[in-house]
Write a protein that binds this ligand. Structure first.
Ligand code: SF4
Ligand code: SF4
Length: 403
């Protein structure tokens, strides 16, 4: 094991390989508050990559309902049990903007739990039984009640559920990569996408076992494991639709609820994805305590109990929800970029417009300005321009529906 820095948990941790960050990291932000569980993203992925024989139970992208849903069933509860210890605490007193923005997690990661337990594995994990893979919609829309005899008090409801959108996190410290005895899994230097070399894989399923998110899936027919490939031909700009410009994945582009924005995490504070994650800190990693530094980030749902959300997204939850409930001028502008284009936006600029609305939300003054947001591509050319107030398009009378 070597010691590497994991900024999600705010400290150094044990990992089998040296720290080696890509030039820029494939990343995405999902706004849970807007997901309608239409599963369009799921089907977009399925019809692009996993429609062949033997891939019936492969849902590289899936949307599950929390707290009861999960694919495979109970994947997160089972993994949380494996790292359970008395020290599973976050210390949030001393934060460092870069090294520990959420505080410091003192419990065990999946790698540290394995070395403590002396199990001769790189990470703790388990292989789900076949029955756990059979029902991707298990627990769908099932609500839970925390306070059965009380009425709701917003922003938290007494009865609640929410949807969570899941795909491979293209982790900075992947459990799957660490686990593979064939070294068939690699992380690309240019964009941090994690891939399984199908020719090297022998189907030992160590990746299935040691990915805490259970995102590699074994295909009995070919006897190798497969996983999300981050639509790398699109990300590389090979799709003719964008004329060579890097393009977002199928699941992002298809999102009906407009909850998804994909890009690359880098050091540019005016990169929309970087701004939401690192500057504004409104988008948070899923189960940062697992220790893999996952790169899909979530704006947490404002109506679910905070204790549940803190366990799921770490201690940054309260700040993120407060900011989401009363968005700043810049946040509103950046969020207007969600699903405005299929090309990856590398930088944004805001042109100020007039004030159009003001109110008070939870005692805080909220002002809305009709600013214009401009998104630029990798080459610095403008690829999208939109306003805070959505433009109204009036249909030409010749296109009116007639009965
Ligand atoms: S989510 Fe799982 S499969 Fe994806 S990179 Fe991380 S550890 Fe590997
Ligand atoms: S397409 Fe978007 S809104 Fe629909 S389920 Fe997927 S993430 Fe949610």
């Amino acid at each position: 094991m070597t010691l590497v820095h994991n900024w999600h948990i705010g400290r150094r941790m044990e990992y089998p390989y040296f720290e080696s960050r890509p030039k820029r990291q494939f990343a995405a932000v999902f706004n849970i508050n807007r997901c309608i569980a239409c599963q369009t993203c799921t089907m977009a992925c399925k019809s692009a990559w996993t429609y062949n024989k033997g891939q019936e139970f492969m849902w590289w992208n899936n949307v599950e309902t929390k707290p009861y849903g999960g694919y495979p069933q109970s994947w997160d509860v089972k993994t949380l049990k494996l790292i359970e210890s008395d020290e599973n605490t976050w210390y949030t007193d001393e934060k460092d903007e870069k090294l520990s923005p959420y505080g410091v997690y003192e419990g065990d990661t999946i790698f540290e739990a394995a070395s403590k337990k002396n199990i001769n594995q790189w990470a703790v994990g388990y292989i789900p039984e076949d029955k756990e893979w059979r029902a991707p919609n298990f627990g769908e829309d099932v609500a839970v009640s925390n306070k059965p005899d009380e009425f709701s008090s917003l922003p938290e409801h007494s009865r609640w559920f929410f949807y969570i959108q899941r795909l491979c996190n293209h982790c900075t410290y992947p459990g799957c990569l660490a686990a593979c005895p064939r070294k068939a899994i690699y992380k690309r230097k240019e964009d941090g996408i994690v891939l399984i070399d199908q020719k090297r894989c022998r189907g030992y399923r160590k990746c299935v076992e040691q990915c805490p998110y259970k995102k590699p899936m074994y295909r009995g027919l070919t006897r190798v494991s497969e996983k999300c490939i981050a639509c790398y031909p699109r990300v590389e700009g090979k799709d003719p639709l964008t004329q060579g410009r890097p393009m977002e994945t199928r699941c992002m582009a298809a999102c009906v609820g407009q909850i998804r924005l994909q890009g690359f995490l880098d050091d540019n504070p005016k990169n929309p994805v970087t701004w939401l994650i690192k500057q504004e800190k409104i988008a948070l990693p899923l189960y940062p305590q697992f220790g893999t530094e996952p790169n899909i980030y979530y704006i947490p749902p404002r109506w679910a109990p905070r204790s549940y959300l803190r366990q799921m997204f770490g201690p940054g939850v309260d700040e993120a929800i407060d900011k989401f409930m009363v968005p700043s001028r810049e946040l509103l502008a950046v969020m207007s970029l969600f699903r405005m284009t299929q090309s990856i936006v590398f930088e944004y600029k805001i042109e100020e417009g007039p004030k159009v609305f003001e109110t008070v939300i939870h005692g805080k003054k909220f002002e809305m300005f009709n600013d214009t947001v401009i998104g630029y591509g990798e080459d610095g050319k403008e690829i999208i321009r939109t306003t805070i107030e959505e433009p109204i398009h009036i249909r030409d009378p010749k296109h009116y529906n007639s009965i």
